[in-house]
Design a binder for this molecule. Structure first.
Ligand code: PMP
Length: 352
């Protein structure tokens, strides 16, 4: 026997690069341009004083964070699951529920990790083409399936579906698990969390990485009926019970108390997005309306990859996907006002 015959080969997801370049303007991974809440710093100081807590395992159920999220969201603790970023949460949900021979449906233009997990977990998938304007037609999700995944707002398009459309998908598919990935929901769109009591097939995932300015903390969560949450937990506790570390759990619970800072940062990002879209228009860019912290732009005259390279030479990093249908687009995260001004001055030179 040769191990090469039995190794599990997968095509891994390629995240946006994190290069170490001085004065880089980093608009390629949809991180928040603002620092985390000052509450995080206070909590870190408290943690340093209580560092002996690290001698112990954290609570596998992440009780304190689960309870803090339950109180914050106004739902009972048995409807909350937490994980190491929403990537971990979504992958655990896929491993829990997607085992039928029917294909799991998701858009052809969406978060590309879904395809990677389909291969990793080993379930059939059907990529549903988005329309020419990159929007999702919910009528395409009226077909037999082994589950449905919708990013709302979608990435990398930034387009949001209204909650009424999400509800239609849920009503057509009462026997399937429907995951609504709300990584970007705080920048626009209406959350489906309020529907979890009405639809026992719905799982909503969210993250601290974007609107809570804490991508480095690695915290994600899912909200669903107690039955679904208990199934997800059973899988998690069958693989590795202690994936979340004590410092992250403490900081993530504490930051929920600073609602004011959270709202202010979201509003700043939205405001910058609004004037940025006007600037993109002036330069001749075309883009779907973003409800997110990024804009997905294409220029009718200048090739996206050429713009990507010219920006990179000027120390500005954006995301270009060499994927059919979207290879002439750039996904540009919303930075601070100053970062966006630098972007537009560079784009001015490049486009001319
Ligand atoms: N869903 C979508 C749509 C995303 O864009 C991302 C971030 N790349 C994630 C989930 C995962 O984010 P995280 O693991 O940082 O919570």
């Amino acid at each position: 026997m040769n191990w090469r015959e039995y190794v599990r080969n997968v095509t891994p997801y390629v995240p946006g690069e994190q290069p170490k370049i001085d004065n880089l303007i980093k608009l390629n991974t949809n991180e928040n341009p603002y620092s985390p809440s000052p509450v995080v710093k206070d909590e870190l100081i408290k943690l340093a004083e209580d560092y002996d807590c690290l001698r112990r395992y954290p609570k596998p159920d992440c009780d304190a964070l689960r309870d803090a999220l339950s109180e914050y969201m106004g739902i009972s603790p048995d409807k909350v699951f937490t994980g190491v970023g929403s990537d971990d949460v979504i992958c655990t949900i896929f491993s829990t529920f997607f085992h039928s021979s029917l294909p799991v449906l998701f858009a052809d233009i969406t978060y590309s990790f879904y395809e990677v997990w389909a291969e990793y977990v080993g379930f059939p998938k059907e990529l549903i083409p988005v329309k020419d304007d990159l929007s999702i037609d919910i009528n395409d999700y009226r077909r037999e399936n082994g589950g449905i995944v919708i990013a709302n707002p979608n990435a990398p398009t930034g387009l949001a579906l209204p909650l009424s459309k999400i509800e239609e998908i849920l009503s057509f598919n009462k026997d399937s698990i429907v995951i609504v990935d709300e990584a970007y929901i705080d920048f626009g769109g209406e959350s489906a969390v309020k529907l979890i009591d009405k639809y026992d097939n719905l799982i909503v995932t969210q993250t601290y990485s974007k609107s809570r300015n804490l991508a480095g903390l690695r915290i994600g969560m899912a909200f669903a009926s107690p039955e679904l949450i208990s199934k997800i937990k059973a899988i998690k506790f069958s693989i590795n019970s202690y994936t979340m570390n004590e410092p992250s759990l403490r900081l993530a619970s504490a930051v929920l108390k600073d609602e004011k800072y959270f709202r202010e940062c979201c509003e700043k990002v939205i405001k910058t997005r609004e004037w940025s879209t006007e600037e993109f228009k002036k330069l001749g860019f075309e883009f779907p309306e973003s409800s997110s912290n990024f804009v997905f732009v294409s220029h009718p005259k200048v090739n996206a990859n050429d713009i990507y390279k010219a920006l990179r030479e000027r120390g500005i990093l954006v995301r270009h996907f060499s994927i059919p249908r979207i290879d002439n687009y750039l996904r540009i995260s919303i930075g601070t006002d100053d970062e966006m001004k630098a972007l537009f001055s560079a784009l001015n030179e490049i486009i001319k």
